[in-house]
Design a protein around this ligand. Structure first.
Ligand code: PNS
Length: 165
């Protein structure tokens, strides 16, 4: 029997419960999932690649069918390199649609063999994103329940709110 591997790409800066919801849904459909972090020199991340990998691995340490990797350049080329033809993307509210549609069509133009598959996040995470969570955390806002405990702790450390946690 052939095992089907899918790629779940993103910045994961940091991983959120919304991402984790997509990972668990993807693993119900695919045998293996490669969580692929884009190393993008044009965007200054809050967490280093190593920190992001560590947080993802900790959040998913009970999962055996995942791999965390990094990539540079085009996603479709990375997918070919990893011998996968499926890219998983999470869809939240309608606001995601246009960007995701654009990206899926560009990826399709670049390589017609790669299929984009969209999975819906659990409704609880419909309106959250790494960006909005970082914004709230930067002002000391309570973001517990939106990210794994370790990520919450790391965000507090980054923004200097770690003392009484
Ligand atoms: O975390 P994000 O912002 O949803 O991730 C976006 C990502 C990394 C999936 C996307 O920017 C990407 O695939 N970049 C790699 C470059 C590429 O292939 N671009 C062409 C398709 S738009």
């Amino acid at each position: 029997m052939s095992h089907k591997t899918a790629i779940y790409p993103g910045f994961f800066d940091p991983i959120t419960n919304g991402h984790l919801s997509i990972v668990s849904r993807a693993l119900k459909v695919f045998d293996r999932l490669i969580i692929a972090i884009l190393k993008n020199p044009h965007k200054a991340p809050l967490f280093t690649i190593e920190e992001r990998i560590y947080m993802i691995k900790q959040a998913l340490k009970s999962e055996t069918n995942i791999e965390v990797d990094t990539f540079d350049g085009l996603l479709v080329d990375y997918a070919v390199k990893r011998k996968s033809n499926v890219v998983i993307r999470g869809l939240r509210a309608l606001s995601d649609f246009e960007y995701e549609f654009q990206m899926a069509l560009m990826n399709r133009k670049l390589n017609r063999n790669i299929q984009s598959i969209f999975l819906m996040t659990d409704y609880k995470w419909f309106y959250t994103s790494s960006t909005i969570i970082k914004e709230a955390a930067s002002f000391g806002g309570d973001i517990s329940g939106l990210v794994p405990k370790l990520v919450n702790q790391k965000l507090k450390e980054k923004f200097g709110y770690a003392k009484n946690s």
